[in-house]
Design a protein. Structure first.
Length: 150
């Protein structure tokens, strides 16, 4: 009887941990390849990024929203947010738009000048929020490359 009293708190703790584990958010490395296709700077200190997303998984993905930290020619411009849901079929790809709110007019002018100079190097630190019913899945990846402007 003393053994049962000693083990009861451990069994109770294990049961609570098991049940609460189902209501969590999981962060995983994404099987999504990302590349920057185009950047357009608007007059209102906002830029629109056109991003190509490629699903490298053998299952489809439903992405609720995206966030990308944007670095162009080594300069950080902030976080671009894509609020439209994205459906990626297995091994499929899609173009997606994300809006980058620039800090001020000077940042918009710097970005315009960098894009006008021709090709730019970019790095995107991406987070994709996937809604899996009662559980959220956050996929993360980093993409870098060169955007050729004409």
């Amino acid at each position: 009887m003393k053994i049962l009293r000693a083990l009861f708190p451990l069994v109770l703790l294990a049961t609570v941990a098991f049940w609460s584990g189902g209501c969590s958010t999981t962060v995983q490395k994404a099987g999504v390849a990302v590349s920057l296709v185009d950047v357009t700077v608007a007059a209102d200190n906002r830029a629109v990024l056109t991003i190509r997303l490629q699903n490298e998984n053998i299952v489809p993905l439903a992405i609720a929203s995206t966030k990308q930290k944007v670095f162009i020619n080594g300069v950080g411009y902030g976080e671009a947010i894509g609020e439209k849901p994205v459906a990626l079929t297995e091994h499929g790809d899609v173009r997606h738009e994300a809006v980058l709110a620039l800090a001020d007019a000077a940042a918009a002018d710097r970005l315009r000048a960098a894009l006008a100079a021709g090709s730019v190097d970019y790095r995107l630190e991406c987070r994709f929020l996937c809604d899996l019913g009662e559980e959220d899945l956050i996929l993360t990846t980093t993409a870098s490359g060169r955007l050729e402007r004409r």
